[in-house]
Design a protein around this ligand. Sequence first.
Ligand SMILES: Cc1cc2nc3c(=O)[nH]c(=O)nc-3n(C[C@H](O)[C@H](O)[C@H](O)COP(=O)(O)OP(=O)(O)OC[C@H]3O[C@@H](n4cnc5c(N)ncnc54)[C@H](O)[C@@H]3O)c2cc1C
Length: 183
Amino acid sequence: MADDTRDDVPASTSTTKATLPKTKLPKGMILGKDGKPCRTCNSLADFTSQSKVLKSTPAITSASAMAAVPADCPADVEALGRSSWTLLHSISATYPVAPTTQEQSDVKSFLGLFGKLYPCWVCAEDFQEYMEREKIKASSRDEFGRWLCGAHNEVNRKLGKKEFDCNLWEERWRTGWKDGRCG
Ligand SMILES: Cc1cc2nc3c(=O)[nH]c(=O)nc-3n(C[C@H](O)[C@H](O)[C@H](O)COP(=O)(O)OP(=O)(O)OC[C@H]3O[C@@H](n4cnc5c(N)ncnc54)[C@H](O)[C@@H]3O)c2cc1C
């Protein structure tokens, strides 16, 4: 039977980076709440270099680790993020222009649960904190689309990425670019 844990890494009951096992880990490596390597919290490159540190015979080279995650492998933090943002922005793109009170409540409940269940726990904690600070705005499609764009930009900033111009959120996620390249 497939095991969802890895035996090559010591388990720990810790939940924070500060109290992780003593094994020498690559800088920035994030473990899961069970103290084992968290694939959905790290890039594939980091995840596989973790196994290099812990196993002297890595199953994958660093060059292949740098490549995109093959489509039929479990998602790393980046593949998971891209798919998740696609889902979230697509929800905003199909969100009603004038939502009912129930629809507004539904989208807030969805994001509340999404934030709790997101498979990268450090991402989830930061996203929950963001939603505490910046309450979800969803009284119209545009308002929700812009709120989500702001939430995504918060992560972009954290990761040192370029901020996205939120005036363009609808072209990116609903109508397609004005130059017609999206058909
Ligand atoms: C809720 C959440 C929290 C996350 N937290 C972390 C984290 O803490 N650490 C971590 O390493 N990764 C995190 N991620 C993943 C991270 O945001 C990226 O998805 C991942 O790094 C891949 O980035 P990317 O450059 O391929 O593009 P992505 O950031 O995934 O963006 C996909 C596409 O969305 C468009 N886009 C970019 N910014 C915006 C915006 N502001 N509004 C609208 N469209 C936009 C662009 O066209 C881009 O190509 C998180 C993902 C989610 C969904």
